[in-house]
Ligand binder design. Structure first.
Ligand code: ADP
Ligand code: ZN
Length: 222
């Protein structure tokens, strides 16, 4: 394994993007850049920026492009991302975001190694989301069938493991609809650029990780 990678991970809610991106970040020793995690941390910290994002998030609505783009630009320009790369999770999700990202990476001389679409059927995604729980401190993901070992206390950091405020039936429905309408077209967009691989999201976390690493390493050596 060669450390470093520049990856975009697509996949609808419930595909296991967050779980796999954390593992990929450890595997390739690169930062995991999750726009959702960045917003949730800002909400938790009670910043003005967090308050603005929270209105949208609770309703399951997308945060306006100009806010999200600013956040990503700032994060990708930091030294670790410039030096080793990044795993982008939850961005881009609209055509406008994809176009700006493309320009940004071009200008900075940081081309993507690969875009992965983590594929899952909507019915399987819904079943996973209903049982999803997440650490409110480090964002490690659990489920009611795979809980932390002690009473909803995170195995990784001791934080409180909770259900996300936007994992309500209504907000989930809205997010999945937005994914189908706004994000699915990006799969063809990346495919046309020859940088897309589709990976089956069904399997144990280890199995899915192995499929992703295989696809990434084949591309990096090509
Ligand atoms: P999910 O993929 O389950 O919807 P995320 O953790 O990726 O969850 O994002 C949570 C929320 O943060 C989204 O519902 C949205 O309000 C906001 N958000 C995250 N990424 C973006 C993005 N790229 N564009 C717009 N809003 C975003
Ligand atoms: Zn934790």
């Amino acid at each position: 394994m060669v450390p470093g990678a520049r990856l975009v991970i697509l996949g609808r809610q419930g595909a296991g993007k967050g779980t796999q991106c954390m593992r990929l970040a450890r595997h390739y020793v690169v930062p995991h850049v999750s726009t959702g995690d960045i917003f949730r941390a800002a909400v938790k910290a009670g910043t003005e920026f967090g308050e603005r994002a929270e209105e949208y998030m609770v309703a399951g609505k997308l945060v306006p492009d100009e806010i999200v783009i600013g956040v990503v630009r700032e994060r990708l320009c930091q030294r670790d991302a410039r030096a080793r790369g990044f795993i982008l999770d939850g961005f881009p999700r609209t055509a406008a975001q994809a176009e700006v990202l493309d320009e940004m990476l071009d200008e900075e001389g940081m081309p993507l190694d690969l875009t992965i679409d983590l594929e899952i059927k909507e019915e399987d995604a819904l079943a996973r989301l209903a049982t999803r729980r997440v650490c409110s401190t480090c964002a490690t993901i659990y489920s009611t069938s795979r809980p932390p070992s002690i009473n909803w206390t995170c195995d990784n950091c001791g934080g409180e493991v909770v259900q996300r405020l936007d994992d309500t039936e209504e907000a989930i429905r809205k997010r999945l609809a937005d994914y189908n309408d706004l994000t699915t077209p990006l799969i063809d967009w990346y495919e046309a650029r020859g940088s897309l691989v589709q990976i089956d999201a069904i399997g144990t976390p280890d199995e899915v990780l192995a499929r992703m690493v295989h696809a990434i390493d084949s591309r990096k050596q090509a």
